[in-house]
Design a protein around this ligand. Sequence first.
Ligand code: MG
Length: 352
Amino acid sequence: MTIREQLEARERQTLAPQAARSGDTRGRVRPETEDPVRPAFQRDRDRIIHTKAFRRLKHKTQVFFSPQGDHYRTRLTHTLEVSQIARTIAKVLRLNEELTEAIALGHDLGHTPFGHAGERVLSSLVPGGFNHYEQSLRIVDVLEHDHEGLNLTWEVRDGIARHSKGKNGLPVGASPEQRASTVEGQIARVADIVAYVNHDIDDAIRAGVIQESSLPQDAVAVLGGNPSERIGRLVTDVVEQTLTGDLSEVRMSGDVLEAMLALRSFMFEAVYENPVATAEFSKAHGILGGLWEKVRATPERFLDPRTLATEGLDRAAQDFLAGMTDRYAVNLFEQLYIPKPWVTVSDDDRML
Ligand code: MG
């Protein structure tokens, strides 16, 4: 028996019957020999961490445009907070921590530069629109590993593809077609919302965009007066309610769900879609729009030749722009649009 097989056997003994077991995965698109040590979902998690797209998350906006302060979240620290919350819930419920972790770590790989604003811009540029969760799946299926894809298991791909339905999507209680097939995937989704609502409030207060006192007070009364209390309350509620429902799906109680949705609506109004708070984001439109034009004018210079040949210009340009970090987009825009000064003043000149 290999070490992996021993671990798979341990999962069978210790996980809840409703858990997704590594040994029972629906498998990979291209069959391959499994690892001697790591069960399938753990291996998928490792594959995601080793991608370039994962490393780029550190320079992608969560909410604030290229923040100068060291304490603002980036897309990477958001991802880590989601993963931590998802694992906490999965562990208590005796579900598969590695599966929910793999989904959490992969869920935002396809995010554009400049956060929500960047996604809106790209959606207006790309014929047929753009969604970060579809791009996340495209990254793991097609683009990473030098265009071989990561060949992840069905369960991880399903969780990544169905983690988000935008600002009106339900964190729990969605119809079976709208939600992840595994409970672990549903946990990653609810953990995403628990994480971003709370850390974005924290960052928005740090930035002076909102005050703690401006939060909807009914929601604060239910969830707590600071992010730590609120996350604790939300996680506990998810755990208790899901247990009550015998782990058939992830659930929350009515008042806690309502309070979380109230905070999310508040954040959309006060921060994500607020013209004052997102004034800097109007620049995302100019930058991404300008880059979209330039890279399409000379595709052979910028875009992936394999994608150009097989899927065409729009798709190749979408991949390039969506993959950029904030600073990469700004730098390339400067290079392509801002003329360099003819003469640089050297130190010698200045001394004359
Ligand atoms: Mg997310």
